[in-house]
Ligand binder design. Structure first.
Ligand code: PA5
Length: 446
């Protein structure tokens, strides 16, 4: 993995970056010493190096059992209990996985991440003639979206295959002792994995929250963890700023923020990375957006979105910067064919790989956007595979922890997420919300 700040540095006054570079060391040290805000949620910092082969084998065994029993596995979870697994699975699987009939792996589909009635009805209709299982993921065990989907799906599964077989096809990933999902699992006898107390949802992809669904989909979790372990070493407190990619990333984005760049756009040139940007947006948005501070994390898929958001990025308000995820080697090869009539005028590309065309689009766009006043951070990965994705995950986690401390917020809480829940429960008349219910109804009636 390589990071280049060459096209971002000219957008901040001389001296800014060296001041912030020093601040990254202090922030990184806080992650290590555990003396910063939210220090009871630092379990992710040394998580990769603490994962044993035996533990991975245990996860793999349960994954293999689900793979043998089910043609479809539903991953029910939301936010940090969903996005990491989806990001890795979508990056590794064929873009047409859902349409592939002859399969080595079960279909992995996702639920419990919305309250769309049509979505749930469509899913249950599709599942009617399928052998399915469920991985239900919720740290708190009480998240409405996930619990609601799980109630519907497990009821359906029990009707389809009976309680005993349903029990073998359900795995819960939740808190060690607390929450409704833990109690339900104990009562029903579901197999469970624990989300460690000191790892928050959005930092949990390298726990069974991500590892189990990734292994079920056929991903190599050992290689994923190996990549993360390498990046844990490469971003540690003993690695100086000049060699530490997480510190460099954190310094540059904070420098740009200080000078009015309040939106960071993650850019990819490979549609399989769409959900990686979704994962990243949650990680940074929920970690930094508080106390009326924080960079707004946005994302685009290029070149697709060059035909929609490209105009805004090139010429709109200059409050943005881009972080481009560049993949050096495509995994597949497609050569542009020669055409004797050349009516489409594309013979100048004949014999070239499609990836070369994509790379020139990427380079041309980067330069155009820099010329248009958009600072550009470039992050290069060798290819999309488990090892590189593991690096990618840990790099952005470490960068997030450092960045959040530099911004002066607690990157590990999310108090703002409760506001909508309080109103929703009040409106739905949840027991215990009587006073809120009265107040919100009076407000609406005004
Ligand atoms: O990062 C977070 O903490 C959140 O996004 C949670 O992961 C999300 O709200 C789901 O919570 P839970 O796992 O408790 O159902």
């Amino acid at each position: 993995m390589k990071i280049s700040l060459k096209n971002a540095a000219p957008f901040v006054p001389a001296g800014t970056l060296s001041t912030l570079a020093a601040a990254t060391a202090a922030a990184n040290e806080l992650l290590e010493s555990g003396k910063g805000a939210g220090n009871d949620f630092l379990g992710w910092v040394h998580l990769p190096s603490s994962i044993s082969d035996d533990f991975l084998a245990e996860v793999q065994t349960v994954a293999d059992d689900l793979r043998a029993r089910c043609e479809v596995v539903i991953v029910a979870g939301i936010g940090g209990s969903y996005l990491g697994a989806r990001a890795v699975n979508d990056a590794l699987l064929s873009s047409f996985d859902a349409q592939t009939a002859k399969r080595k792996n079960p279909y992995v589909v996702y639920a419990g991440n919305n309250i769309g009635e049509d979505y749930l009805a469509d899913l249950m209709e599709w599942l009617q003639d399928k052998q399915f299982g469920i991985i239900n993921i919720s740290k708190s065990g009480t998240t409405t979206e996930t619990a609601l989907a799980f109630r519907l799906l497990r009821t359906m599964l029990e009707k389809q295959v009976g309680k005993a077989e349903a029990c073998k096809r359900i795995v819960a990933v939740t808190d060690r002792a607390k929450g409704a999902l833990r109690s339900l699992s104990t009562q029903e006898g579901y197999r469970t994995f624990v989300i460690p107390d000191n790892v928050g949802g959005r930092f949990s992809v390298l726990t069974p929250v991500g590892l189990l669904p990734i292994a079920v989909a056929g991903g190599d979790i050992r290689a994923l963890v190996r990549g993360a372990q390498e990046m844990e070493k490469a971003t540690g407190v003993d690695v100086p700023y000049e060699q530490n990619p997480a510190c460099q990333y954190a310094a540059m984005r904070n420098a740009l923020y200080q000078f009015g760049k309040t939106t960071e756009i993650m850019v990819n040139y490979n549609p399989r990375l769409h959900y990686f940007a979704e994962w990243w947006k949650q990680l940074y948005g929920e970690s930094e957006g508080k106390d009326r501070k924080g960079i707004f994390p946005a994302s685009v898929d290029f070149t697709t979105d060059l035909h929609s958001m490209g105009q805004w990025i090139q010429d709109g308000q200059r409050t943005i910067f881009e972080t481009v995820i560049s993949i050096e080697h495509a995994n597949r090869e497609v050569i542009v064919p020669e055409d004797k009539d050349n009516l489409d005028g594309l013979n100048f590309l004949a014999g070239k790989r499609v990836d070369e065309v994509n790379k020139m689009a990427e380079l041309g766009t980067r330069l155009a956007h820099v010329d248009g006043g958009v600072p550009n951070i470039l992050i290069q990965f060798d290819r999309i595979d488990e090892y590189n994705l593991g690096q990618f995950i840990y790099f952005f986690e470490r960068g997030c922890g450092i960045s959040g401390y530099m911004l002066g917020v607690n990157p590990f809480n999310q108090p703002g997420v409760e506001a909508y829940k309080k109103n929703m429960f009040a409106l739905l008349g949840k027991p215990g919300y009587e006073a809120e219910s009265q107040a919100i109804r009076a407000r609406i009636a005004e």
